[in-house]
Design a binder for this molecule. Structure first.
Ligand SMILES: [Cu+2]
Length: 622
């Protein structure tokens, strides 16, 4: 892809010039709203056909499109080892000490008092510093200027445990985020104003990373994560509903209008939770492969893999971002845990892999490609980090932006063989996948897995020995039979060249009317998600609570459809799809967003802001 033939050279030069001109505007921190005002975007959201900003300024429909077909420099795949994500150590104390009321005098950016501090006082403290750094993504590219938590991307993994059943207070932690990003000189893109979201957390909402709670350079923000099961203050007082347990989460920047560039620049990290059932030790509980210390290959068989795709400037090799591409950005380089096309060495035994797609815009369908273009099956055990009723044997898992799956892969008896994690989902632009699944060996080989590690004991459960009947091996799914207080409809659609929900763009955080609806705490709601935008697909993400799918296009998932019925926080809203989902909003209050997690669509305004309070409203189409 990166080879340029002679006859294309002039055209490539034009593209490069146009890209450079656009990047000057991006580096200056402009956002969509500014570009519209400046007349660089048309009212339809397209780049104006202005010479020098686009190499082929006018399309058949008369609009300019940014011409940024990815054309990164060549890199040699499968040379460097895949890093195991470092585990963040707690700190003994924070200075200044955390307070329930925002400590603005000492530089805290938070403005809302911690609502659950007295009930669940934090027992362990962590600190993350958001900073600029230079990291290596490939031996063939120069060091890359990134923004990372503690200067790395993905950021350090937070490994925590729920309190034992009946002692929910024992899981409570506090994470202090410090914004030390440079106020100027952003190496090309990124806005040094942040808000950090714990994705999938059942969290008091002042700690959730609301897109309008800005944390500017030089300020800190204390996030209180009680790590309690939903229902702890409502349906299951003092305990919480174990069926709401979560295992695989992540944290990332969520600044309104700038999430795509800030997460693409590196502001994303991982977070996992164990408990007395999903213990992290294969000799106890559900007996899933041991986490160990997360580093030692002889004792750590539970491995988090963060997938993303990126574009690098063809001339300089520097990480590139195009704000003018409002469809969605596809990269031609595939990274796992921060490295382009790395290699993982494993032993001939079972592993738990946690797969996360951080985007910005690509959907994946992951297969395990074996020798001679064979496809190896594996066991999916979770949807978005929530254990399903039992493992389900599959040959692939589809993962849109922000979705997670945990899988068990059995390399027993495979010593000496080589496998690849291969994405076979065809996608040609940021609108979403075509739906075509390519043949074995025809997709993107992302990670090479070589079974050449030493033979080590395997005390993990073999999913093949778990009987299908009775169906529940893990916690089982919560019921969906309580009557909803209200049914609301959210249409995801294209309008004025941008991305709307129910005909509106998200506001600019400067108007109280930006909060469009209110949910009553401790109530059940039924929501209808409709994709009214033709050829586009949208990964729809709800904060604070997860949903269960009642129907897809009018059909209830079959009883065997365990994956479709699994609890989730992202719904893949595919072509012309209508989904009916079931929510319970329990325990905490505050403001939250509902949005598309194709982060380019998100920044181009496909988001609704709402709140949970003790009154609620009756808006059926917020
Ligand atoms: Cu979208």
């Amino acid at each position: 892809m990166a080879n340029i033939s002679r006859r294309n050279r002039r055209r490539e030069k034009e593209k490069q010039t146009a890209a450079n001109n656009r990047r000057e505007l991006i580096a200056a921190g402009f956002k969509r709203r500014d570009l519209l005002k400046m007349g660089l975007l048309t009212s339809a959201g397209m780049l104006v056909p202005k010479k020098g900003l686009s190499a082929h300024p006018v399309t058949r429909s008369g609009f300019a499109l940014p011409d940024d077909d990815p054309n990164s420099p060549n890199t040699t795949p499968f040379v460097e080892n895949m890093p195991r994500l470092p585990v963040l150590a707690p700190v003994a104390a924070l200075t200044p000490a955390p307070t329930a009321v925002p400590n603005m005098g000492a530089g805290e950016a938070r403005t809302v008092t911690h609502q659950a501090f007295a009930q669940f006082p934090p027992l362990r403290y962590y600190e993350l510093i958001q900073q600029q750094a230079f990291v290596n993504m490939s031996p063939d590219l120069p060091p890359q200027c990134i923004w990372g938590f503690n200067g790395i991307t993905p950021g350090p993994m937070i490994v925590e445990r729920y309190g034992p059943l009946g002692s929910p207070q024992l899981g409570s932690i506090l994470v202090r985020q410090r914004n030390n990003l440079p106020p100027v000189n952003n190496c090309g893109f990124g806005l040094p104003s942040v808000t950090t979201h714990l994705h999938n957390g059942h969290t008091p909402l002042e700690s959730d990373g609301f897109p309008c709670f800005f944390q500017e350079t030089g300020h800190f923000y204390d996030h209180h994560y009680p790590n309690v099961y939903a229902g702890v203050n409502s349906t299951h007082p003092g305990v919480g509903d174990i069926k709401e347990a979560m295992s695989t989460l992540w944290y990332h920047d969520h600044r309104i209008d700038h999430t795509a560039e800030n997460t693409y620049k590196g502001l994303a990290g991982t977070y996992i939770l164990f408990n007395e059932f999903d213990t992290g030790d294969e000799n106890t509980g559900f007996r899933l492969p041991s986490f160990g210390d997360g580093q030692n290959p002889l004792t750590s068989f539970d491995i988090y893999m963060v997938f993303n795709d990126k574009v690098f400037d063809h001339d300089t090799g520097a990480l590139a971002f195009d704000l003018f591409n409002t469809d969605g950005i596809l990269g031609d380089k595939f990274l796992v845990n921060g490295k382009i096309n790395p290699v993982l060495h494993v032993s001939p035994r079972r592993y738990r892999f946690r797969w996360l797609n951080t985007g910005p815009s690509r959907f994946y369908q992951m297969f395990l490609l074996g020798p001679n273009n064979t496809t190896k099956s594996f066991w999916q055990i979770s949807t978005d980090g929530n254990l399903m009723e039992r493992p389900v044997q599959v040959t692939s898992s589809r993962i849109s932006v922000a979705e997670r799956v945990d899988v068990i892969v059995d390399f027993t008896g495979q010593a000496g063989k080589t496998f690849y994690i291969e994405n076979r989902l065809e996608q040609e632009d940021g609108r979403g996948p075509t739906g075509n699944v390519l043949n074995a060996g025809q997709g993107n080989k992302i990670l090479k897995i070589v079974v050449d590690g030493p033979v080590v004991a395997d005390n993990s459960i073999d999913p093949a020995t778990i009987p299908a009947n009775p169906p529940v091996y893990f916690y089982g799914f919560p019921n969906t039979t309580d009557a909803p207080r209200i049914t609301r409809t959210f249409r995801f659609e294209r309008g004025n060249g941008q991305w709307q929900v129910n005909g509106q763009l998200v506001g600019d955080c400067d108007d109280p009317n930006d909060i469009r609806f209110a949910i009553k705490r401790n109530s059940v709601e039924k929501w209808i998600f409709q994709n009214n935008s033709g050829g586009w697909q949208h990964p729809i993400h709800m904060h604070f609570e997860e949903f269960q799918t009642l129907t897809l296009n009018g059909n209830a998932p079959a009883n065997s459809g365990i994956i479709e019925r699994g609890r989730k926080d992202v719904l893949r809203l595919e072509h012309n799809m209508e989904a009916v989902v079931y929510f319970r909003f329990r325990d905490f209050i505050g403001k939250f967003p509902l949005h598309c997690h194709n982060v380019v669509h998100e920044d181009h305004a496909m988001m609704v802001l709402g709140q949970i309070n003790d009154v609620g409203d009756n808006k059926t189409q917020p």
